[in-house]
Design a protein around this ligand. Structure first.
Ligand SMILES: Cc1ncc(COP(=O)(O)O)c(C=O)c1O
Length: 395
């Protein structure tokens, strides 16, 4: 497997590699040591000089995290909000839309069929309380969002479109830029969930044409848990007011309040600055490796896993799409996915179980009740995947 990356260095940088075969990067990746060191160093400064004082001392480095996130997604730093998770990021975008431009009975909301549950549930809440209609965009023959069907569904009554770039439970990659191009010039608000694509694929938020792109720190970016970020388009910054605001996202003036002009308006004052600095270290590490190189290696390892799994009797690969992500999902005839996962984990290999709770529409429309999810990162090796194949074959 030819890769411009120095895999030995990636592994040496990752202490967890000597403890476990970690193929659960779509859950939460093994961080490189620099990430943990950055978090711990900041916590030590908080211990030594006080939390606010450590914050003030690190102010420039905290702003540099915003710069790094902006570089990663091809945006400006003032378009980035530093937050606590992908759900936190995505929800703040949605709350701003719902507050500024309340939905009406005649409005429609279009959402991808493989959308993540934490996005669909609040959209269902909004639809229920406003009378707006929530509709799923069908998948096409290749299993990804059907662009032609989407074009047919588009009309001036579509208030919100939400698409997950790489679903959690399937190796497909939705053409989020194609959806963005179809929406260009409309009044529709467009949210892209890039939780599983940030850190595994190059993501250009401006090219995608979304109003919001949400990301998490702990998955393919390899940052700490409890971190994430949100990209907001210029239109979103010009037209939307987050709800509720706090004294960081707005200023209380004698006349009322003033909203922050930048994407700071989506942030609250209190957060783990240690964790955010760790996310910055993770982003810088990814940028240093190069997103193209990381993406290529992840795709090659995932393809290697699929090819091996396909040769095991009874294994059915669930992934769809012409171009596939680093998320490999499968079942084996006659075995419950939960039992398979338990068996693989007992062999010292971290994988995860995907259930309908994560994306009910996708599971139910394909008659799937549970999937084994394998998600390699660039620091994994073909030898580790061979170990997985042995464990699956013996299950
Ligand atoms: C596609 C997708 N979107 C959103 C989320 C939620 O991310 P977070 O837990 O960081 O809020 C996940 C988590 O697995 C996910 O896979």
């Amino acid at each position: 497997m030819a890769s411009p990356l120095d895999v030995d260095r990636l592994r040496a940088d990752t202490p967890g590699c000597s403890h476990v075969t970690h193929l659960n990067n779509a859950g939460s990746a093994l961080p490189p040591a620099v990430v943990t060191d950055t978090v711990v160093d900041h916590l030590r400064r908080e211990e030594q000089i006080g939390g606010y004082e450590a914050h003030a001392e690190a102010a420039d480095r905290i702003e540099a995290v915003r710069d790094s996130a902006a570089t990663l997604v091809g945006a400006r730093p003032d378009q980035i909000a530093l937050l606590e998770s992908a759900t936190d990021a995505w929800s703040r975008g949605l709350a701003a839309i719902a507050f500024t431009r309340p939905l009406r009975t005649e409005d429609r909301i279009l959402v991808s069929s493989a959308e993540y549950a934490s996005n669909v549930i609040p959209l269902m809440q909004l639809a229920m309380t406003t009378g707006a209609r929530l509709e799923f965009i069908p998948d096409g023959a290749d299993g990804c969002l059907d662009a032609a069907a989407f074009a047919d569904m588009l009309d001036t009554d579509v208030a919100i479109v939400a698409v997950t770039h790489c679903p959690s439970q399937n190796g497909l990659i939705n053409d989020v830029a194609g959806v963005g191009a179809a929406l260009a010039g409309t009044d529709t608000w467009y949210l892209v969930d890039a939780c599983q694509s940030i850190g595994q694929l190059p993501v250009d938020a401006v090219d995608i044409g979304a109003d919001f792109v949400s990301a998490t720190g702990r998955k393919f970016l390899r940052g700490p848990r409890g971190t994430g970020f949100l990209y907001a388009s210029d239109r979103a910054l010009d037209e939307l007011e987050p709800f509720p605001l706090d004294l960081h996202s707005a200023t209380w003036t004698s006349e009322g309040y003033e909203v922050q002009p930048s994407a700071h308006r989506f942030e609250y004052w209190e957060k783990s600055y240690a964790a955010l600095l760790g996310m910055g270290a993770a982003i810088d590490y990814a940028l240093d490796c190069g997103m193209d190189a990381l993406s290529l290696r992840i795709a090659e390892l995932a393809a290697y896993a699929r090819t091996g799994l396909e040769q095991i009797p009874g294994v059915l690969i669930n992934d769809r799409g012409v171009r596939r992500s680093g998320i490999v999902t499968f079942t084996r005839e006659g075995r419950a996915a939960s039992d398979l996962v338990a068996h693989i984990k007992a062999s010292g290999i971290n994988v995860s179980l995907s259930t309908p709770d994560y994306s009910r529409r996708d599971f139910e429309s394909h008659g799937v009740t549970g999937l084994v999810r394998v998600s390699p990162h660039a620091y994994n090796t073909t030898e580790e995947i061979d170990r997985l194949l042995v464990a699956v074959a013996a299950s």
